[in-house]
Design a protein around this ligand. Structure first.
Ligand code: SF4
Ligand code: SF4
Length: 81
């Protein structure tokens, strides 16, 4: 059985690559993502991310990445180290 973990993932969006196309927002099944006033993705529903990676897979510019807690750039990992 696959374990689905809520509230443990960070999301990194690289605005150097993001072109504010909205695809990641449209594909997210959990309403994690929304658009800011310039149409760049933001993460108001971060706690609901299930790490399905649909956002990553559909981003044409590799601009969005889901970080698990064990990733060195995850906020909780940084806090603990
Ligand atoms: S991994 Fe899935 S649930 Fe999380 S933000 Fe991306 S599309 Fe949404
Ligand atoms: S799909 Fe990629 S390029 Fe498009 S808004 Fe999302 S992060 Fe930016």
């Amino acid at each position: 059985m696959t374990e689905i973990r809520h509230g443990v993932f960070d999301i990194r969006i690289d605005k150097n690559y993001c072109k504010a196309c909205g695809l990641c927002v449209a594909w997210c099944p959990q309403d994690v993502l929304a658009e800011d006033e310039e149409l760049y993705p933001i993460t108001p529903g971060l706690q609901n991310c299930i790490n399905c990676k649909l956002c990553e897979l559909h981003c044409p510019d590799f601009a969005i990445e889901i970080l698990p807690p064990e990733h060195p750039e995850h906020s909780k990992y940084k806090e603990a180290n």
